[in-house]
Write a protein that binds this ligand. Structure first.
Ligand SMILES: Nc1ncnc2c1ncn2[C@@H]1O[C@H](COP(=O)(O)OP(=O)(O)OP(=O)(O)O)[C@@H](O)[C@H]1O
Ligand SMILES: [Mg+2]
Length: 364
């Protein structure tokens, strides 16, 4: 294998393994192992430097040389992502969290070659990026704790969290699609192949049953992927995207969906589109799960820089006061959070036996 290919392979492995690590501890342990392997050394250690008090906190005994080296590091060099090589020591500046700088120190026995140096620098950049991201979210969580959970978070925080959740949904959909779904499709083919070659009646019957179950799984997984993946194709309008949902609702239930969507006079942002999509998705899922309705009406139109979303069903309705006491239900809570993140307003009108009406107004 030529050198370029080998480096690419190493980097890909490194990136893939790193992407599974979700805690600071697991990232650092993984990084240490990789560095030890790459440099053929037995040990390396983490040091924390307190920028204000100018002291080092060292987790275990280190040699005098390493200590001297640490003290020669200048503030200018302590930039996250830097890899400083000095006197048989390599110091990686991993990241900053408030007053602390995290440094990984390695004592090396031999000169490092250009291949090792290149990989060290690349590994260092990946690690630094990952750690900085993690510290950013930890700081954000600290910030969130300042807010009283009884009160509302500022809308930018809700927007940010919804954005993260959307990304997570998407990667989950991709993961399901690429792994379990593909495996089920493969199993289905394999069984078809066995069936085509076998005449044993009992075996054929048993396998046909298993095949049916696998086909159910395939349909179920496809449905699930479609439900959670990012719903818009490039250039697709909101009306087209939600149209698909109405068909699915009618297929999955006895509900007839009537939709009145006028051409919008304003361009909607991606964020607004996705929020509207997810809100309608939840309302329809609720209609299927809870309402016993036979008819759902949805309207979507804009007027004077405002988007209006109206929903109604002819189902059994509910007691809104009771519902708001139930902390396990996330759907209506999520709808309210989405509306709030867009500085909009929403009203639920319902009572037992009288269906549900929802009126949402969102500034564009
Ligand atoms: N269209 C509806 N008709 C009648 N009852 C409804 C309707 N929509 C919601 N509900 C009632 O409101 C409750 C709360 O709905 P919500 O969407 O918050 O939670 P959920 O659907 O039970 O669970 P989740 O959405 O978290 O999976 C439901 O459990 C149901 O009792
Ligand atoms: Mg729900």
């Amino acid at each position: 294998m030529d050198l370029e290919m080998e480096i690419n392979l190493q980097l890909n492995n490194f990136k893939n393994n790193l992407s599974n690590k979700t805690t600071f501890h697991s990232i650092i342990t993984f990084f240490m192992e990789e560095i030890k392997n790459l440099l053929s050394i037995n040990d390396c250690y983490m040091v924390q430097f307190h920028k204000v008090q100018k002291i080092y906190c060292i987790e275990k005994f280190i040699s005098k040389d390493s200590l001297t080296n640490l003290y020669t590091l200048s503030q200018n060099e302590m930039v996250p992502g830097n890899c400083i090589e000095f006197n048989n020591c390599i110091n990686f500046i991993l990241g900053n969290k408030k007053e602390l700088t995290f440094i990984l120190c390695c004592e090396i026995n031999n000169e490092i070659n250009s291949y090792q140096r290149l990989l060290l620098n690349m590994y260092g950049s990946f690690i630094n990026y990952k750690i900085e991201q993690m510290f950013l979210s930890l700081c954000l969580i600290d910030e969130l704790k300042i807010y009283n959970p009884e009160k509302d978070y500022p809308s930018w925080i809700t927007q940010f969290l919804l954005h993260l959740a959307e990304k997570e949904r998407n990667s989950l959909a991709q993961e399901l699609h690429d792994t379990i779904l593909q495996e089920q499709i493969y199993l289905n083919h394999k069984i078809e192949h066995i069936l085509s070659k076998n005449r044993d009646k009992m075996l054929v019957d048993d396998l046909a049953e298993v095949k049916e179950l696998i086909r159910d799984n395939i349909y179920y997984l496809r449905d699930m992927c479609n439900e959670i993946r990012y719903p818009f194709l490039i250039q697709e309008s909101i009306h087209q995207a939600i149209g698909g949902m109405f068909q699915c609702t009618e297929l999955r239930s006895n509900i007839k969906v009537q939709y009145r969507g006028t051409d919008l006079t304003c361009e909607l942002s991606e964020e607004l589109k996705i929020n509207i999509y997810r809100i309608i998705q939840e309302l329809l899922n609720n209609a299927i799960k809870h309402s016993d309705a036979t008819m759902v009406n949805i309207e979507l139109f804009d007027e004077n820089q405002k988007l209006f979303l109206n929903y109604s069903d002819n189902g059994k309705g509910m007691d809104m006061v009771e519902i708001s006491k139930d902390t396990r239900s996330m759907g209506i809570f999520g709808i309210r959070a989405r509306i709030k993140s867009m500085d909009g307003s929403i009203k639920f009108e319902t009572s037992p036996g009288n269906g549900l009406k929802v009126f949402g107004i969102i500034p564009i």
